[in-house]
Design a protein around this ligand. Structure first.
Ligand SMILES: Cc1cc2nc3c(=O)[nH]c(=O)nc-3n(C[C@H](O)[C@H](O)[C@H](O)COP(=O)(O)OP(=O)(O)OC[C@H]3O[C@@H](n4cnc5c(N)ncnc54)[C@H](O)[C@@H]3O)c2cc1C
Ligand code: FES
Length: 283
C-alpha cells in the first residue's frame, strides 16, 4: 500500500554519537502491520524538489499502535538517504509503502527467545509486545558495541517490560563481555539434556526470533539447530523496488527437497526459517 505518513514525533535516541532516531508516523499502515514487516520510505529532498535519491529506504516497523494509527521506525543515520530522512519535521508528510514483507510468526504457546545483535533489536520490540499480549514467556538476548549503544537503542524501554534479559557488549562496559551467542549457548545447555532432547523439546517448546548481523544469525541458526529449536531470522539486503519487481534483493535458500532456490527478501522475506537460508551465499 502506498500512503502518506504524517510525522508526529521525530527525535534523537540517546547519545548523539550513536546517530539513532525514532520517527513516529500517523497513517493507515498501523491497522495492518505485523512485527517483522517493514516500510519503504521515500527520502527525497523536498526543499530541492529533486528525485534524488531515487530509491526508497527500507526500515522495519518497530512499534505498532493501531488505536492511535501510529507506527514508529527506529533507524541509524548511515548514508545520504537516512541523513535526508533525519531532517523530516513534525507535520511533514512522507510517502511510505507498507506494510511490506511477511513478518515473524508468533508461536501459540511456550517461550519466545529474542536474539538481537546491534540495531537488529529494532524489529523485535513489536514482536515482544505481541508475544506478551498472547501470554507467551519472552526472553531477550541482546549484544552491542558498548553501554552507550545499548542505552541509546532503547535499553530502558526493554527493562520496563520486565523480561529476563541477557546483555553483552564487545568491550564489557555492560552485561557480559563478548558475543551474544555465548549466553544463548549457556542457557540452552542449562535447559536441555542432550540425552533426552526429544522429551525436553516437547515440554519446553522454545522458538527463536533473531535479527542482526548475518554472521550472528548464522551462528544462532547452527547453535539452535543442534537443540532442535526452530529459528526465524530477518535478512537484510539492499533493496531497489521493495515490491518484488527488480530482483535486487535476491538471496539463496534451500527448498523442501534441499535444492537451492532464489527468493526475494522484500516479498518472500525478510523473515525466513534460519535452516532454509544458504548462509555462505548470503554472508
Ligand atoms: C528489511 C529491512 C529492514 C531494515 N530495518 C532497518 C531499521 O529498522 N533501522 C535501520 O537503521 N536500518 C534498517 N535497515 C537498513 C536501512 O535500510 C539502511 O541503513 C538504509 O537504507 C541506508 O540508507 P542510506 O541512504 O542512509 O545509506 P546508503 O548511502 O544507501 O548506504 C550507506 C552504507 O550502508 C550500506 N547499506 C545500505 N543499505 C544496506 C542494507 N540494507 N544492508 C547492508 N548494507 C547497507 C551501503 O552499502 C553503504 O556502505 C533495514 C534494511 C532492510 C532491508
Ligand atoms: S527489492 Fe526489488 S525485488 Fe526485492
Amino acid at each position: 500500500m502506498l500512503t502518506m505518513g504524517q510525522v508526529v514525533e521525530h527525535e534523537p535516541m540517546g547519545n548523539e554519537d550513536q546517530k539513532l532516531r525514532r520517527l513516529v508516523l500517523k497513517g493507515p499502515i498501523a491497522q495492518s502491520a505485523r512485527p517483522g514487516q517493514f516500510v519503504a520510505i521515500q527520502v527525497q529532498d523536498s526543499a530541492r524538489a529533486s528525485l534524488d535519491p531515487l530509491l526508497r529506504r527500507p526500515i522495519s516497523i518497530a512499534e505498532i499502535s493501531p488505536e492511535r494509527d501510529e507506527i514508529a521506525l527506529l533507524y541509524r543515520i548511515k548514508g545520504r538517504g537516512t541523513e535526508i530522512l533525519a531532517q523530516a519535521r513534525c507535520g511533514d508528510k512522507l510517502s511510505v509503502m507498507g506494510p511490506l514483507g511477511n513478518g515473524f510468526s508468533l508461536p501459540k504457546e511456550g517461550e519466545l527467545w529474542l536474539i538481537a545483535g546491534g540495531i537488529g533489536i529494532f524489529p523485535l520490540y513489536a514482536l515482544a509486545q505481541s508475544a506478551l499480549v498472547q501470554e507467551l514467556k519472552v526472553r531477550l538476548f541482546w549484544g552491542g558495541e558498548n553501554q552507550s549503544f545499548l542505552e541509546s537503542a532503547g535499553l530502558l524501554r526493554w527493562q520496563n517490560m520486565e523480561l529476563p534479559m541477557y546483555l553483552s557488549t564487545v568491550d564489557g562496559s555492560l552485561g557480559v563481555k563478548g558475543l551474544v551467542i555465548e549466553q544463548v549457548r549457556e542457557e540452552l545447555l542449562m535447559l536441555f539434556d542432550r540425552s533426552q532432547l526429544e522429551d525436553d523439546m516437547r515440554k519446553k517448546k522454545i522458538n527463536v526470533a533473531a535479527c542482526g548481523p548475518k554472521r550472528m544469525m548464522k551462528a544462532v541458526t547452527e547453535l539452535c539447530g543442534g537443540f532442535q529449536v526452530p529459528v526465524e531470522v530477518s535478512l537484510e539486503e539492499r533493496m531497489g523496488c521493495a515490491v518484488g519487481a527488480c530482483l535486487g534483493c535476491v538471496c539463496t535458500l534451500l527448498n523442501k527437497a534441499g535444492r537451492p532456490i532464489h527468493k526475494k527478501v522484500c516479498v518472500d522475506g525478510p523473515v525466513f526459517r534460519g535452516e532454509e537460508v544458504v548462509w555462505d551465499e548470503t554472508c
